[in-house]
Design a protein around this ligand. Structure first.
Ligand code: GDP
Ligand code: MG
Length: 177
């Protein structure tokens, strides 16, 4: 594996509309990404953070949709990441149902690597339009051998914890080799 420089690439995956760009903006420390969003959002954000007393730089990539359905571009996204967030919206079951095939594509692209993969249910604030409950999310993650978390990018709920969790997962996997 590549030498540990303390700079890690985090790739945001998931269907259109699940909240990838909103979350990327929050991770990048951009204020006011909600509710109006930016006319021209960035697709890459660099963020320095101190987690458990150690400095880390995360580069967050929101480029999955730019790859469209071009498999070579999708593959280059999957080859690049040191960690992956598979994001769905708890208000849209179809985005949840896409996760197993997305994960299969990722594991096929990176078969011999221990990479942190976290399933992320976004839009937890939209209580009344929820279509996927937390137990279903947990249970799918368990079956797929991934971590699971729910967030609200709109309310910044659990987003900082997720960011720190990603860093800890990456460090853990690096130590395991
Ligand atoms: P992307 O297509 O995956 O990049 O999704 P966006 O970040 O563009 O978000 C799609 C829409 O969902 C936008 O209107 C966002 O403002 C909205 N959105 C994103 N996250 C949340 C959230 O946690 N709660 C709510 N209520 N809306 C959200
Ligand atoms: Mg987007």
């Amino acid at each position: 594996s590549s030498p540990d420089t303390g700079v890690y690439k985090v790739m945001l995956l998931g269907d259109s509309g699940v909240g990838k760009s909103t979350l990327a903006g929050i991770f990048g420390g951009v204020e006011d990404t909600f509710p109006h969003g930016s006319e021209h959002p960035e697709d890459t954000y660099e963020r320095n953070l101190l987690v458990d007393g150690e400095k880390t730089t995360l580069i967050v990539y929101d480029i999955w949709e730019e790859a469209g359905s071009q498999s070579w571009m999708q593959d280059s996204c999957l080859q690049m990441g040191d960690a992956f967030l598979l994001i769905f919206s708890v208000t849209d079951r179809s985005t949840f149902q896409r996760l197993p095939s997305l994960l299969l594509q990722l594991r096929t692209a990176r078969p011999h690597r221990h990479i942190p993969i976290i399933l992320v249910g976004n839009k937890g604030d939209l209580v009344r339009s929820r279509e996927v409950n937390m137990e279903e999310g947990r249970s799918l993650a368990g079956m797929l051998n991934c971590k699971y978390t729910e967030i609200s990018a709109a309310l910044h709920h659990n987003t900082h914890e997720l960011l720190e969790g990603v860093v800890r997962q990456i460090r853990l996997r690096k130590d395991e080799g």
